[in-house]
Design a protein around this ligand. Sequence first.
Ligand SMILES: [Zn+2]
Length: 220
Amino acid sequence: MDEKIKIIALDFVNVFLVKAGEGFVLIDTGMPQHWERLEKELVSAGCSPGNLKLVVITHGDIDHIGNCAKLQEKYKVKVAMHEADAFMAEGGVSPKRKVRTLAAKIRILFFRLFRKKITFQKFKPDILFKEERDLKEYGLDAKIINLPGHTQGSLGILTAKGDFFAGDTLTNSKKPDIAVYVDNFPELKNSIEKLKRLNIGKVYPGHGKVFLFSDLKIKA
Ligand SMILES: [Zn+2]
């Protein structure tokens, strides 16, 4: 199961290259400044413009969509994301983000200072998800799970084997936890409840190490 998932850790953010039949599906894309490293990792895995079938974006934050434009350009690949986050592909920023912890508040301040120096290349998503659906036509036995909360258009990808790509709905920067940055907390809670009803084994978070869903201790 694991050998089919390549974890590409780009400093603080994770990108996942998943073997999908004869080709690959890429989940998230890192920050714009990660492009060279991302491309090198794709090449070393045997992923080329011919066999990258789809890029799925878990949500519209810049550390996840930073290289979509380049991938569309160089790999001629379709980029899919939830329609509720599509405005972020145009450079829009989620307006209501709340921060749960002090450490995360400090991190976001630094990030904002740093962000001014980042050149983000806008893009137009090729596929906009609304309903949950499977990814079989892209060779991946997995489905999209809508998980509003971190952002309105956050989604996860759950494979038939129980591997779960969580985006930032779940995180493991320090310990397995639910999103630290939250647009809508009641919605996030509903999304977490939804996850508990699914058959999730390993969690591949947008930030931090892979963990077991059973190791997530959720505060009521
Ligand atoms: Zn993130």
